[in-house]
Design a protein around this ligand. Structure first.
Ligand code: SDX
Length: 393
């Protein structure tokens, strides 16, 4: 504490804003979107229903949902000139770097998004983002396979359209497996919002300068990419593969995690800033992993390794004392993999899920006219000193 400034690195004890969108109770492991329990929404709602709820505050009537879905379908195609930007990326470009670049580029394609003098078109930009993110997201995967990109098929629902664009090939009929589409629907709902996490706080901070929605969302995608945040879902699978290739000795890796300072090893998918009890999303995903893999007849050895790690950690003083439980990223990659999604696309899947939450929070920040974010600091640098000519340095 110096003068009037309270230092709170990582904002561990600072409320940055007021919000009516998502409620978390870290001690009880509770997550609600606009008052609805995540368990109910994951079981009973569609992803676009949840997107509408987060963004507009209420579950849509049938008529509102029909109109919302129709408006999104009308915007699923992407300006063909965006493909020229995309073609400039190397084949091994990480899909998250491609996604944040192309979303940022959308602000250049829609100048009405940053010209405050024009009538407000926020709802149109919201629809464009929800509609085009899945289309853009699949381009990287198709390029990595040497396959032609697919155009959206507007006779399909949101999740089925994404799967079609990911996996359809011009040489044969592709039919979406309803088990896969439903699993994707649940995963996207579980990722849809999470109050003031790192990427959402980034979207709010960028948007607080009155930067346009596309630029703010692009910043959120970049923040999500970090391995401590959404990038953890890719890290988890790579970690589980390493453990499997090293003989599957989970006790060895638990010990390495406990000596993180010496080993530099972190148990990705464990721990959370807010949840000091189970992450309710991890519970749902763990159960879904068993269901989906059984239904698809997939036997993934890393699922057993994940369960072994969880079991060992939950009975180990180091983790218990630090209240480290599996988080949303611990099991999600196992399902994505069973759905045929490649590892380097896992964080892209997180971004597609989190998009409505980012949009809802950006919209709320603008509507409540939050001031521009400009935190202070505690200065630890040099006191006043005089300039030294270079000949005397
Ligand atoms: C997401 O904020 C959100 O809501 C995020 C998210 C969302 O929906 O938006 O939920 C999504 O990002 C989930 C988190 C994904 N990240 C990971 O799985 C990476 C591994 N987890 C950690 O890096 C960590 O737990 C964080 C980043 C999630 C939280 O970090 P904190 O709150 O700053 O906690 P910390 O790093 O200070 O850890 C506290 C202690 C430390 O030990 P000590 O220094 O006190 O001895 O716990 C240890 C840490 O070393 N610790 C771990 C650990 N996580 C924390 N030890 C081993 N393995 C881990 N995973």
């Amino acid at each position: 504490q110096t003068g009037f400034i309270t230092l709170d690195k990582g904002y561990k004890n600072t409320g940055a804003t007021q919000s009516g969108i998502t409620f978390l109770d870290g001690e009880e492991g509770i997550l609600r979107y606009r008052g609805y329990a995540i368990e109910e929404l994951a079981e009973k709602a569609s992803f676009l229903e949840v997107a509408y709820l987060l963004i507009y505050g209420e579950l849509p009537t049938q008529d509102q949902l029909t109109k919302f879905e129709a408006s999104i379908r009308r915007h699923t195609m992407v300006n063909e000139d965006m493909r020229k930007i995309f073609e400039g990326f190397p084949v091994n470009a990480h899909p998250m770097g491609v996604l944040s670049s192309l979303v940022s580029a959308m602000s250049a394609f829609y100048p009405d998004s940053y010209n405050d003098k024009l009538p407000d078109q926020t709802d149109l930009h919201i629809v464009r983002l929800l509609a085009k993110l899945p289309t853009i997201a699949t381009w990287s995967y198709k390029k990595s396979q040497g396959h032609p990109v697919n155009y959206p098929k507007n006779s399909l629902d949101y999740c089925s359209n994404f799967l079609h664009m990911m996996f359809a090939l011009p040489v044969e009929e592709y039919t979406v497996d309803p088990v896969v589409a439903e699993a994707l629907n649940v995963l996207l709902i579980l990722h849809a919002d999470h109050e003031q996490n790192c990427s959402t706080s980034t979207v709010r901070l960028v948007g607080s300068s009155r930067a346009n929605l596309y630029s703010s969302i692009s910043a959120g995608i970049n923040a999500l990419w970090g391995p401590l945040h959404g990038g953890a879902n890719q890290e988890v699978i790579e970690m589980l593969e390493d453990i499997r290739n090293d003989g599957g000795d989970v006790a060895k890796y638990i010990e390495m995690a406990k000596n993180a300072k010496q080993t530099g090893f972190r148990l990705f998918g464990f721990g959370h800033r807010v949840y000091k009890n189970f992450d309710p999303r991890a519970k749902i995903i763990k159960k879904a992993a068993d269901d989906v893999l059984n239904k698809l007849g997939v036997n993934d050895p890393v699922l057993e390794i994940a369960k072994g790690l969880e079991e060992a950690a939950l009975n180990d003083e180091y983790f218990i004392q630090r209240k480290l439980y599996p988080n949303v990223d611990f099991y999600s990659g196992i399902i994505y993999r069973a759905l045929g999604i490649p590892t380097n696309m896992f964080t892209v899947m997180f971004a597609i899920g989190r998009l409505p939450g980012w949009i809802a929070q950006w919209k709320e920040m603008r509507e409540t006219k939050d001031p521009i974010g400009r935190p202070r600091q505690v200065y630890t640098g040099s006191p006043l000193r005089s300039f030294v000519p270079i000949t005397e340095r």
